[in-house]
Design a protein around this ligand. Structure first.
Ligand code: ING
Length: 313
């Protein structure tokens, strides 16, 4: 029996600062209905899919900062999405800013959840690789204050049995780090879901501005191929509150090939048939970790080349 998961790549265009959660949820519902009509089992939304990407702004007051976070999931504003998932028998991935009361204190994370076709949350991930900086940089066209507004995720990179396979999540900058894929690859992941908000302009490295789409595909195609997994990468695209963000949301097969890609910078759905058995072909041959990986030698390579310090120990 083939294990085909039909995935909706549900790219969002800009979300304005003035757009309410219910207004955004209406956009998400339209994409979910379209995905259901297209026979999807799962629809993947971007990182920070309920609000504008507020880490691009300097926010001083705690009350305003908290206004961009969800203190419960589901909650009244997003409940229609969970209800539609149950009615349509379609799961979804959703990125959002999470406030959690843990260990007796308020904690803020850049979070993503995996919801099954019964509308039940089956998994949660909190972003580990937070790019940018923790203090505003005057004079820059926009900020990246994720280190100021979020804590580093404390849930690791779990992989869950879901949709007939093994599903994992990461968020945006995580996709640039090979460890994110490999930690899940070592758990047999077959479908990695991720959302991103990626500006075209990188104030820290403006010389790479023309390479944004190339680097986006490079890291996800490599991660997919080297771990024998599908990767679904979904953008919040277009000019959002003055920040031009890349699109090119896509679905990538374990071969590393792009099998579906968005072609606009707005709300757009593309559909990918992901035959999870294709993962086995790679995991049992070229990337058979048990047969071919030699972890006992990796430390020696670092020692001999003295790369330990460069690699951060
Ligand atoms: N955004 C960007 C990302 O990793 C970035 C930050 C942009 C890093 C461009 C490097 C180059 O795609 C988020 N939200 O992580």
């Amino acid at each position: 029996m083939t294990r085909v998961v039909t995935v909706g790549v549900a790219q969002l265009g800009p979300i304005s600062r003035a757009e309410s959660r219910p207004e955004v949820v209406q956009r998400l519902l339209a994409l979910m209905e379209q995905a259901a009509r297209g026979g999807c089992d799962l629809v993947v939304y971007p990182e920070a899919a309920l609000t504008a990407f507020f880490p691009h702004w300097t926010i001083e007051g705690e009350q305003e900062l908290d206004s961009w976070f969800e203190t419960a999931m589901p909650n009244a504003a997003v409940q229609p999405l969970f209800d539609a998932a149950r009615r349509l028998r379609i799961g979804f991935h959703l990125g959002y800013a999470e406030i959690a009361m843990e260990e007796g204190r308020k904690r803020r994370f850049n979070t993503a959840i995996l919801v099954d076709g019964n509308g039940e949350i089956v998994g949660k991930y909190r972003k580990i690789h937070l790019p940018g900086y923790d203090a505003p940089r005057p004079g820059e066209p926009f900020q990246n204050l994720e280190k100021r507004y979020f804590e580093v995720g404390n849930l690791g990179f779990p992989v869950w049995p879901a949709f007939g396979g093994r599903v994992g999540m990461m968020i945006c900058n995580d996709r640039r780090w090979p460890e994110s894929y490999r930690v899940m690859g070592l758990q047999g992941v077959e479908l990695i879901l991720l959302g991103y908000n990626t500006p075209v302009h990188n104030p820290a490295m403006p010389e790479t501005d023309d390479l944004g789409n190339f680097h986006n595909r490079l890291v996800m195609q490599a991660g997919a191929y080297q771990n024998g997994s599908f990767v679904i990468g979904v953008a919040k695209a277009g000019v959002e509150e003055g920040v031009d963000q890349i699109g090119q949301s896509c679905a990538i097969a374990p071969s590393g090939e792009v099998i579906a890609q968005c072609v606009t910078l707005g709300d757009e759905l593309q559909i990918a048939r992901c035959d999870l058995d294709l993962c086995n072909s790679y995991k049992t041959s070229i990337f058979n970790f048990a047969k071919h990986r030699r972890t006992e030698h990796y430390g020696l390579i670092v020692a001999r080349t003295g790369a330990g310090d460069m690699l951060g120990g």
